[in-house]
Design a protein around this ligand. Sequence first.
Ligand SMILES: [Mn+2]
Length: 460
Amino acid sequence: MPSETSSSYKSVFAARRRRLADKLGGPALIISGLARARNYRANRYPFRAESHFLYFVGKALEGAALVVRPDGSILYAEPPDPEEALWTGPQPTLEQLATELGLEVRPIDELRLEEPTATLPSADAETAFLQSDLLGRDIVPASGPELEGIDLALADAVIELRLVHDHAALTEMRAAAAVTERAHRAGMRATRPGLREAAIVGAMDAEIVGAGCTHAYQPIVTREGEVLHDERHHRLLEAGDLLLADVGAESPGGWASDVTRTWPVSGQYSGSQRAVYEVVLASQLAAIDAVRPGVRYRDVHRVAGKKLLEGLVALGLFHGDVEELYARGAAALFFPHGIGHLLGLDVHDLEDLGDRAGYAPGRARSQNFGDRYLRLDRDLVSGMVVTIEPGYYRIPYLLERPEEVGELESALDRRVLAELADVRGIRIEDDVLVTDTGAEVLTGSIPKAPADVEAAMRAA
Ligand SMILES: [Mn+2]
């Protein structure tokens, strides 16, 4: 990424604003958001600007608003308060901001929106309230796949821009991926029996925070990998455990990476752990191999599910024909989530716009159990970044309830399942850029093959 004051850096954001203005007839308000109070107003969670604002402005200014119009964009921001300088140090003047960002900047008090202005609802209630105030109409905070009162023309224009990453965005995502690699290697090196999961989080944190990044999402570092979104880190690690680490850095510009690796606490996979790991890895590699422009993402999901089943049949966990078992939902019994999602400024990119970004017009979520949690069903386009993250999970909630297992009971070999008892959860996740001819794995240098993971754990 060019330095922040260089003209090529400024031109990236100017070009994005210009493209948005060209797609829209009228004005749009893009808001940066507010820091959230932890317990009282002066003790705050770290401020993270709204992703749409970062995309078009490139700087995390609190309480600022960008107005994009066909005849040019204006940024409205809070002028620095001299008294605040005592606590926060001197802040840039609006003139300095204008020079730094290559934008006209005015005091936010001067913001008047006389014509109807489109906006995208913030997921944060307080920010949505501020938007309502500025626009003179109610903005309902974004939540869930269906959005109320959303300005569809603006949403679709932003989706069109943000689905396909420009060079500057990819530079940031590569930088985030490099930090994530260091974090995962540090986590592998630090792992040993007797430590708490939190100690591994700390080792990974040191790399992420030390590089000037933040986490792109709450890290999952757990010996209970079958709990899909387990964000607690309080358990002690035992020699026979697998440790599942889903940890990704966010670059200083706000761009995400999202990587999962699963390694043995002892430094060596047991026979059963290695066998299942190889099955998940084969599924992941087959899915990555299927990624190329024009391919429907749901088909990548199916490639992964069938490859996983093929491996589970080879292990004897299921008996029967792979295609037939897949049709009966056998893959979802051990891999109940989708193969991945869009990645960009958000770890589930553009999910604040519900399924409008993830699902192409005319497509909707399947009600079928195995496909219901698929967050993306578009035809892939060069310049998109998606995650590919199959897994194997031994989930009591599914496996111990006859209503979930259903007719699959006759195909499932519970004796083999018992032999695989030390495999609770394995996920292998990489960030994959769709190229003109296929795919590039942005996180491919993070150890993944069993022997490479074991070697990385031994590294000094
Ligand atoms: Mn992910």
